[in-house]
Design a protein around this ligand. Structure first.
Ligand code: 5GP
Length: 113
């Protein structure tokens, strides 16, 4: 299987504006931001989509949510931010390596478009 663009960023084969890293995940700014703050948080494990996760990924998935909170505090957006996971092409997923969008810095409507 060929590496996704995010796998290449994780391996530091292509550059990204990294804002957070630990043993299990990496966060970097989106190249096409949809809000003043738009960070992508990815597990280092190459899961293609959320629905590919298994029971064994429970700790990893919990870790991603905790990391999102840490990143939000670090970027001083913890008062208001939105997390988005697109799962599947029709939901808007274009990169098939699980990622959380962390968006902040503008008002967000509900329901989302
Ligand atoms: P999706 O549509 O899969 O939920 O989100 C993929 C996101 O990855 C998009 O917001 C897109 O702008 C971002 N993206 C795609 N390729 C790159 C890249 O090479 N570098 C960075 N920083 N972001 C990327």
């Amino acid at each position: 299987m060929t590496d996704s663009i995010f796998a290449k960023i994780i391996k530091k084969q292509i550059p990204a504006d990294i804002v957070y890293e630990d043993d299990l995940c990496l966060a970097f700014r989106d190249m096409n931001p949809q809000a003043p703050v738009h960070v992508l948080l990815v597990p280092k494990k190459p899961l293609d989509m959320l629905t590919s996760a298994q029971e064994e990924d429970q700790t990893l998935l919990g870790h991603l949510l905790l990391a999102a909170g840490t990143i939000a505090r670090q970027l001083k957006i913890d008062g208001a931010f939105r997390l988005v996971i697109n799962n599947g092409e029709e939901s808007g997923q274009s990169v098939f390596h699980v990622h959380l969008h962390i968006l902040a810095g503008r008002p967000f409507r509900w329901p989302p478009g």
